[in-house]
Write a protein that binds this ligand. Structure first.
Ligand code: HEM
Length: 369
């Protein structure tokens, strides 16, 4: 007598997975992605890079949805943004999420940069990860700057005017860059078109390419791990990316998502009057993450054309050059931040100054209003 077969047939989904796996090696890819060793075990401090990738994806999704309604012309940009806020179902939330998402990205990029700096992760053999990271930092700030103009209200128009004037002060390339971005004597249709193309095409393409390179270099060098502990201790505590680190990353992404959504809900975007070349009662100022630069420009020691150049582009440019040269200047393999007093003091001074200048710019604004 025949006995019934006990082998179960694969389900249709399993068959599809098997089909794809045989052709592109899904399982190998999954193992490669998840089985990355994390020396010394998972840490909350390592979540910022993954969170940045998550925020970028959310910005791309909300940005594409906004583009279904937004019209990038000087005649219609303001009206179409008002339409998104007042007429499109949940349009106000989408726009406000995108707006607060940009703030979240700037905060996280500062946190990620601080973490890799304090952990000494820029040192040999991770110099190239650091350099590509600096380019990514420039792109994140570029997103904020170009996106600010798009609603075409007084705030957008005047923040861009101030920003382009600051850029104009850069020697040699400043004049060209300012003329290229403005596309005319005053911000107008050409400016809007150029900012729009840079914001929705050039910067996302560059960010995707450079983030890919950043991750490739990171996988080549491997994670730096904690700055304390002997190689034996670290080896004993070594864990894989999955499950502990990935869970920490997911918890951080969920926290960032809810914080951004709550901010969008409680502080939704409200436009000012439509852009005109007359500022009227409005005191022009840039987005909060450029406020420290704006406040520096107001200092007496930076008055006069040369002083303005020093504050606007000289000092920030030199500082970025210094950061780019840092892994090549600092050749000491010591990564423990408590044994690198100069690095710790330097970080505290830079962060403290940015904080003080930003807060005093906000106080100044309250005073003017
Ligand atoms: C859009 C911006 C950025 C994205 C999406 C991003 C993404 C990532 C990711 C996913 C990692 C892997 C592990 C981790 O999260 O620590 C990483 C590592 C790293 N990133 Fe970034 N990053 C960005 C910007 C930056 C910036 C501005 C810097 C510094 C200037 C930087 C420097 C580094 C370094 C040195 C590592 C290696 C860390 C280690 O080995 O522990 N990144 N980044």
């Amino acid at each position: 007598m025949d006995t019934p077969s006990t082998t179960t047939q694969p389900s249709p989904i399993e068959k599809v997975v098997q089909f794809v796996d045989e052709r592109i090696g899904l399982q190998k890819l999954q193992a490669k992605m998840l089985n990355e060793p994390v020396p010394g075990g998972s840490r909350w401090a390592y979540v910022f890079g993954s969170v940045l990738l998550f925020i970028f994806i959310m910005q791309a999704v909300t940005g594409v949805l906004l583009m279904f309604y937004y019209v990038p012309t000087a005649d219609h940009a303001y009206a179409s943004t008002q339409y998104i806020i007042h007429e499109v179902d949940y349009g106000w939330f989408l726009l406000s999420y995108h707006f607060w998402g940009s703030t979240a990205m700037v905060v996280c990029v500062f946190a990620h940069m601080s973490q890799v700096f304090l952990w000494g992760a820029y040192k040999k053999p991770r110099e190239m990860i650091w350099l590509v990271g600096l380019a990514l930092f420039g792109l994140v700030m570029g997103f904020g700057f170009t996106g600010y103009l798009l609603p075409w209200d007084q705030r957008a128009y005047w923040a861009t005017t101030v920003g382009v004037e600051i850029m104009d002060k850069t020697p040699i390339v400043g004049d060209f860059m300012a003329r290229f971005l403005k596309g005319g004597p005053t911000p107008g249709q050409m400016t809007l078109s150029r900012f729009f193309v840079i914001h929705v095409m050039i910067l996302p393409a560059l960010l995707m390419g450079l983030a890919g390179l950043h991750l490739f270099l990171f996988r080549k060098a491997g994670p730096a791990g904690p700055f304390r502990g002997s190689p034996e201790e670290l080896k004993a505590k070594t864990d894989y990316f999955f499950p502990r680190q990935i869970w920490k990353d997911i918890v951080a992404m969920v926290a960032v998502f809810f914080t951004t959504a709550c901010l969008a809900f409680w502080e939704p975007v409200v436009l000012l009057e439509e852009a005109t070349p007359d500022p009227g009662e409005y005191h022009p100022e840039p987005e909060w993450y450029f406020l420290f630069l704006f406040q520096m420009l107001r200092l007496k020691i930076f008055s006069g054309e040369f002083g303005q150049f020093v504050a606007a582009t000289g000092l920030p440019g030199l500082f970025m050059l210094f950061l780019a040269a840092l892994p090549f200047i600092d050749r000491d393999p010591e990564r423990n931040i408590f044994k690198r007093p100069l690095a710790l003091i330097g970080w505290l001074v830079v962060m403290g100054s940015i904080l003080v200048f930003t807060v005093s710019a906000i106080i100044n604004r309250e005073f003017l209003e």
